[in-house]
Design a protein around this ligand. Sequence first.
Ligand SMILES: [Ca+2]
Ligand SMILES: [Ca+2]
Ligand SMILES: [Ca+2]
Ligand SMILES: [Ca+2]
Length: 542
Amino acid sequence: MNKFLLSCFIAFGIGANAQITVNENFEGTLPSTWVGSGGYTPASYSGIYTNAGCTGTDNAYGVLLFTTTAASKTATLTYTKPAAITANGKQIDIKFDYQIDDALTNGSTGALTGNIIIAYSTAATGTTFTTLSTIPYNGATSSCQNITATIPEGLITGDFRLRITATSTSANNNNGNYVFLDNISIIQQVTAVPSCTILSSPANATTNVPVRSTLSWPNVANAQAYILKIGTAAGASDVLSTTLTTNSYTPTAATAFPQNTLLYVSVTPTNSLGSATGCTETTFTTGANAFSPYCGPLVSTAPTQTAPIKSVTFNGITNTSDNAATTIGTFNPHESFVNTVFAVNNNLTTIPFTIEGIALANNGWASTIYIDWNNDGDFDDAGESYFNTTATMNRTTTVSASNIATFTGNITVPSGVSVGQKRMRIKYNFCGTVIHNALSTPCSDVGNGQAEDYTIDYKQYLAVNDINKDGISVYPNPFTDVLNISDVKGVKSVSVSDITGREVKTLAPATELNFSNLNAGLYIVNLKMEDGSVKTFKAIKK
Ligand SMILES: [Ca+2]
Ligand SMILES: [Ca+2]
Ligand SMILES: [Ca+2]
Ligand SMILES: [Ca+2]
């Protein structure tokens, strides 16, 4: 289990409201409305865990239950209703996911048994709770289990706390288990259709808005969710149409707003009784995105603990960056070096590379490479990802005395790649024995690492003798129908052979030679000179 805890800026939960509406998926630090306690000490064994959630590679609240003492085998997570939220007395529906993991991978020596207990209190403090439900568990769960419970109407009219208790009743004290909680919702039923709200940030008509800016708006009474629509024309939703249980939205690298675009935004509060009508649209205009059309810019989930890439050497060409860095700190998490061009001839089937990054000892570090070989604006096609799975990862725990981790290797060029410029993305990050989410996809944000984008110029290979020493050349190469000769002075005749040496065409000298009747392929062009010599060129017809 990855113990590298990440910080995050995203706030969850709906604020001032006429009913309790909580949706918590633990994709950040633990909100102040939630307090965990108990479990195995030290306290670092309870809190937000990465890669432990119930919906893919997300986060969960987790706790380790372990050792002989009863206190170490019981833990609670308690939600306390803020004073700004007014309970309306209606029924409360509770839902959450849980997962049990074997902490010591020794499940064969004793069962993981215990209970998950849901209870509520109508007091803001104290120890008086009413138990709603006790759910026993027995053994690790292979997937997340869903729990629902209901507090009937008429009970929650003032203060409110919800407590989830996890206990371990395993008789085998050598056995420890993790209990993970995720996707907790506490939804009080509503009394009326909500009224409108409006985007408050960015303010109406703001320009040069970064493409991954957070949009936010005031909560309104009775809202249980908000329908957010973003379009490139008034009333349109061609950029985004989604329903959110939060009063903010932040795009990911893959869903960044289009750059340099005027956008129209509406936010419509909704609940189980209906939606607000006629909510006012606002606008903002985005700034440039150095990574467009590719996903990005990537941000860091640990911006003050970034380990930068110091150099990338690709096919023998080196780009150095963050050269003064000697340890982790605050660095640009995603650097654009798309004007740095690594030339690669297309006769190469493997390309050598070296990546150096700042690292801390006693941790694992890994790097990945993504290349858009088919030039379609993404890195998700076959053969475009390198080292981005646990089975294939390029990982090291070796850190030099100057805090540098070094990765070397070769990447294989997929077959059928056409010549031309290609985008390349290098990612580098802290990495345990399982590939880190920051590295497993080209668009995932980094955490304790950095990404750099480059351009590869994948060039037609020309042998040295294809450019004659006295300066005569044939171009373009490859050609479509017409091949040009740079200088025909002194040329007596032109003949063309295929790669078997068979002559397929003879022509009079001319600066433009029309080969439209030849099939695609490699040809040898022989210029017979008036002095009796022969100059030979290879040319490829497309
Ligand atoms: Ca989660
Ligand atoms: Ca760098
Ligand atoms: Ca692609
Ligand atoms: Ca694609």
